[in-house]
Design a protein around this ligand. Sequence first.
Ligand code: FE2
Length: 131
Amino acid sequence: MTKLGDYTQTADFKNEKHAPLIECPDSFKAGEKVTITASVGKEIAHPNTTEHYISWIQLYFQPEGEKFTQHLSTNEFFAHGASAKGANQGSAYTEPAVTATVTLKQSGTIHALSYCNIHGLWESTKEVKVG
Ligand code: FE2
C-alpha cells in the first residue's frame, strides 16, 4: 500500500521555494505558551497568482515516544488575485504564513505540511525540547 507521505516532498527552504519553514524556540518549559510560525517562500518567494498558489499550511506535533500525532493548526489561504475583472486583477493576496500559539507538555517534533495547487505536498520538521 502506498502512503500519502510517499509523495510528500522535503527540501531545504533556502533552496526550494515550496518547503515550509518552521520558526519557534528550540527548547522551552512544559506548559509555557510558545508561538510557532510556519511560512512558505521566506528565502525564495513562491508565486501567489490566481493560477499558482499555496492553498494551506498545517502544523502537527509528534510527541517523542508516542504513537499518535497531534494536529495543532490548519490555515487556508483564499485570496490569490482572482477578480470579476479577470485572473490576477484582484486587490487581495493571502500570504502563505501562519502563527499558532501552543503549550506542550513534552519533547517531540513539529511538522509543517504545505500544499501548492500545482506542486503538491511539502513537509518540514523541527525538533523541540520541552523541559
Ligand atoms: Fe508551486
